[in-house]
Design a protein around this ligand. Structure first.
Ligand SMILES: Nc1ncnc2c1ncn2[C@@H]1O[C@H](COP(=O)(O)OP(=O)(O)OP(=O)(O)O)[C@@H](O)[C@H]1O
Ligand SMILES: [Mg+2]
Length: 375
């Protein structure tokens, strides 16, 4: 048993015994629960919320005033596993602990959680029947996934760089030879062939150049994340003038960060442009910013970070490429080079940040986390 499950157990037992003994439960009784990092909800026999602590409000993005008295289903959609655990808790008095359970918030965000359902004695005051604890695991999962991805990508990037080098050099020769040949040719119809060689050589050269991009040295300066997002927003609106809606959901209290403005614009634009392309320019994109305190990004702990989400309601990442979408040359659309996400990830990594994605049809969320200050 690890420390986490031990702590969970202790909290659960304490809470359960405390509520089972409590005859006169008022909101004031729960003041201490607001200090817990886990989300705690108390639910009655009708599966209505009778109490939600501060961590619960944060996690489910709902105020206690809006949640209390409402059915749980009104503030989030539980997976069938969790729903049957709640039913079993009420009907059969069964407890439940599950890991990596999906819960969809009212705003469409999908959470991966560790969940515990503890039945409370039916005779306790105020009719509370279930204690529901929720603990987000997405950060931990994302960090592990990110680490694995970075290792795999470093290897494949190396391979592609070497390959691109080998292709680029003879390409120059092929193009030059085609030009010389063109001067020797008299017939315009024959020149068409040399033109094809030259154009295709140029196209390949351009692709190799993008693959090899040494990414000019970072030019760190103080940047305002919302200024970057506004720029991305106007570029998107210019590129997709039709019925693409780009909504802002900014936390305007965020501090500025140290970074390379152009790289950050490019990274966010690549992600947002993919969303617009996937929706054929017709759909909704939300640009959301929030602050994160005491986070670990790429194995380093930061006091403060900025979380930036690009959310779209398009078809979702095709299953066939979901695991590999950050790899170079992996594309799921006609005419795609498969470089946009690789470049975005590179730039975010230059800023000591992370980029991750959760996607299902109708809801794709790319999350970028950037430390506000790094050494
Ligand atoms: N928001 C999204 N919704 C659906 N699919 C997406 C989304 N973002 C990325 N994808 C998928 O991931 C693939 C890889 O994206 P990436 O930006 O790396 O390459 P690309 O868009 O195909 O080409 P490039 O960006 O180099 O022009 C896309 O082709 C698309 O299939
Ligand atoms: Mg792209």
């Amino acid at each position: 048993m690890n420390v986490w499950s031990l702590t969970q157990g202790v909290i659960r037992r304490r809470l359960a015994s405390r509520y089972n003994r409590t005859m006169n439960v008022t909101h004031a009784n729960f003041a201490g629960l607001d200090l817990l990092a886990s989300a705690v909800l108390l639910i009655d026999a009708e599966q209505q919320i009778r109490y939600i602590n501060a961590a619960g409000e944060n996690l489910l993005a709902v105020s206690s005033r809006a949640a209390i008295g409402k059915p749980l289903a009104a503030i989030c959609t539980c997976s069938t596993t969790l729903q049957s655990a709640l039913d079993n808790g009420l009907n059969n008095n069964w407890g439940y602990t599950g890991q990596n359970i999906e819960v969809c918030r009212q705003d469409g965000e999908i959470l991966n959680l560790n969940c515990t359902v503890t039945p409370l004695r039916p005779d306790i005051a105020a009719g509370m029947r279930l204690l529901l604890e929720l603990q987000p695991i997405e950060h931990h999962l994302a960090a592990t996934r990110e680490e694995r991805l970075i290792e795999q990508q470093q290897a494949s990037r190396e391979l592609i760089r070497n390959l691109a080098h080998e292709i680029k050099n003879p390409l120059g020769g092929i193009r030059g030879a085609a030009q010389l040949l063109e001067h020797e040719l008299a017939s315009p119809s024959q020149k068409e062939y040399t033109q094809v060689i030259i154009k295709e050589a140029d196209r390949l050269q351009d692709l190799m150049q993008r693959l090899l991009t040494p990414h000019r040295a970072m030019l760190p300066a103080t940047v305002n994340i919302h200024e970057i997002l506004e720029r991305v927003r106007s570029l998107l609106r210019a590129e997709f003038p039709g019925s693409l809606a780009v909504h802002r959901d900014y936390d305007t209290s965020l501090p500025e960060l140290i970074g390379d403005r152009e790289q950050l614009i490019q990274a966010v634009l690549n992600v947002a442009r993919n969303a617009a392309q996937a929706m054929g320019g017709d759909g909704e994109i939300i640009l959301r910013t929030r602050s994160l305190r005491q986070v670990t990004l790429a194995k380093k702990r930061y006091r403060l970070a900025i979380e930036l989400k690009v959310i779209d309601n398009g078809p979702g990442i095709p299953d066939a490429i979901r695991e590999r979408m950050f790899y170079p040359l992996v594309s799921g659309r006609d005419g795609g080079n498969g470089l946009g996400l690789t470049i975005a990830q590179n730039f975010i990594q230059h800023h000591h940040g992370t980029i991750d994605c959760a996607s299902r049809p109708g809801n794709t969320v790319f999350t970028m986390r950037l430390p506000v200050e790094h050494g």
